[in-house]
Design a protein around this ligand. Structure first.
Ligand SMILES: Nc1ncnc2c1ncn2[C@@H]1O[C@H](COP(=O)(O)OP(=O)(O)O)[C@@H](O)[C@H]1O
Ligand SMILES: O=P(O)(O)O[C@H]1O[C@H](CO)[C@@H](O[C@H]2O[C@H](CO)[C@@H](O)[C@H](O)[C@H]2O)[C@H](O)[C@H]1O
Length: 455
């Protein structure tokens, strides 16, 4: 097993979903389970490994197909390594044996098990017994998880199945919130198709079995673009985005209203807002260590946070990592995706009731990212026109949101300002770790947002 762990530890840091960038993992095997495979050459296994170098410890789900090296046809990019002579490990989602096994579980149900661990499929739609092994391909792009797309068949629409790379105790909020919203008939959600839940021994507590979500399947909207693409094109062409942004504000408010109806809400108490401020300060100190350019803004940033200390919003479940890339432009309007919350926040914080303005702030930042990305692509482009596009989109989004909630929304609200600034600080850390050439986008925003609200 040591050679298997060494092989995984060498490969994981190169994966986008590996959280502790710049540090090799310190892996401990927690468990595994094997799927039955039709292909005699393939052993289909999911490893649960804990990265104990991370604080708190991060548990990863690593599906692996082991094949005799002489039979491997997978592209080198998807090969994990050869832990033993003659055997090659392939990244499971890129191998048909794992794809067929996982999709079979999520669409058809059943349980697979390993030492003190299980994985159980919970299909929500009746399976087509004649379908045979489901084929699917990995969705390309920069994602926190790995998603498989299974094309439509005569008996079912196309399906996207997200494999959660980081595994936590309890139901993943992506599944929890979207199944509740879909069940309540929200038109802004992709209908759920099924999910996979697992049990394993808690890495932090001897002999205690815990459970959590492993994968989530939803209807896949083929051939549609996300709001990021649509907005980027509109901004680059100089086409107004006001109507779309207004409808996006309305859809956002509609989802917030549904979540407030479906899950408990409560007024914030002083300790809640102190908790927000504590998170902002903690994040700022990480950002100061990882992105030193922020240091000159420190006092101004803290002043913006201090202005929000008397805010008392109603707390409710929210999206938590809301940006243009999380919304699809379908023929029936905007559809929201990925309710997992901020990947960098511990899960226990992500499932707590929160301020709905956090999502509003996330989307406002995303409009600014459109301008930033255009400037990165074409530094010679006059900044003023793109800025005017962003300002109009922001205003339209806020107007649509306020209209649908029926509550006026002050664009200078101190809590909104603090949340927007905190999101920019989050983005500075995120970009420094994942896309260093993009870090100028949040850095410029931090300068602007801190200067707009002087002490
Ligand atoms: N139901 C869907 N229909 C079409 N595309 C989807 C669907 N769900 C996700 N996508 C695409 O996959 C991308 C990643 O999905 P997301 O849920 O954000 O995963 P991650 O947690 O890995 O970031 C989205 O930005 C979107 O482009
Ligand atoms: O992968 P996730 O969807 O969970 O989100 C993470 O990655 C996003 C980048 O892909 C990051 O979003 C940032 O970049 C977007 C443009 O690519 C921009 O629209 C967002 O406003 C900006 O925050 C997100 O923060 C991160 O959690």
């Amino acid at each position: 097993m040591d050679s298997t762990l060494a092989c995984l530890a060498a490969w994981m840091p190169r994966q986008r979903w590996y959280a502790a960038k710049g540090r090799p993992p310190s892996l401990r095997l927690i468990s595994w389970w094997d799927f039955p495979a039709d292909d005699q050459d393939a052993r289909v296994r999911t490893y649960l490994v804990a990265d104990e170098g991370a604080l708190p410890v991060v548990l990863y789900q690593v599906p692996v197909v082991a094949r005799p090296t002489t039979t491997v046809t997978a592209s080198g990019a998807h090969v994990i390594g050869s832990p033993e002579p003659g055997t090659t490990f392939i990244d499971g989602p890129h191998d048909p044996a794992y794809v067929g096994a996982l999709m079979g579980l999520v669409l058809g149900g059943g349980t697979v098990s390993g030492p003190h661990a299980t994985a159980t499929g919970h299909p929500l739609v009746a399976a087509d017994d004649d379908e045979g092994p489901v084929s699917a391909h990995v969705l390309n792009g920069e994602q926190s998880n790995t998603s498989l797309i299974a094309p439509a068949t005569a008996s079912r629409p196309a399906v996207i199945c997200k494999i959660f790379r980081q595994v936590n105790q309890g139901r993943n909020p992506d599944i929890e919130l979207q199944t509740a919203l879909a069940g309540a008939g929200s038109p802004h959600i992709a209908p759920a198709v099924g999910w996979v839940e697992g049990t394993w021994l808690d890495p932090g507590a001897a002999q205690q079995t815990v459970g959590g979500s492993l994968a989530f399947a939803q209807r896949f909207f083929s051939g549609v673009e996300d709001a990021w693409r649509v907005a980027l094109r509109a901004a680059a062409d100089g086409t107004p985005f006001d109507r779309e942004a207004h409808a996006l504000g309305r859809a956002t408010a509609d989802v917030h209203l549904s979540l407030a109806h479906l899950f408990p809400t409560r007024p914030a108490e002083p300790r809640d807002v102190d908790g927000f401020a504590e998170t902002w300060r903690r994040r700022l100190s990480i950002a100061l260590a990882e992105v030193p350019a922020i240091a000159e803004r420190r006092t101004a940033i803290e002043a913006v946070y201090a202005r929000a200390s008397s805010a008392r919003p109603t707390l409710q479940r929210i999206h938590g990592d809301y940006h243009l890339g999380q919304v699809l432009h379908t023929e029936n309007g905007w559809v929201l995706l990925d309710f997992e919350g901020e990947p960098m926040r511990p899960i226990r914080e992500r499932v707590r009731p929160d301020a709905a303005l956090r999502d509003v702030a996330g989307m406002l930042r995303s409009f600014d990212y459109v301008a930033g990305s255009i400037r990165l692509d074409d530094p010679a482009r006059p900044a003023a026109a793109v800025r005017a596009w962003v300002d109009a989109a922001r205003a339209a989004f806020l107007a649509g949101y306020a209209e649908a909630t029926g509550d006026p929304l002050d664009a200078d609200d101190p809590l909104l300002a603090a949340l927007e600034l905190d999101k920019a600080v989050y983005e500075a850390i995120y970009e420094a770790r994942n896309r260093p050439t993009w870090v100028t986008i949040p850095l410029r925003a931090i300068g602007r947002l801190a200067a707009t609200h002087p002490a």
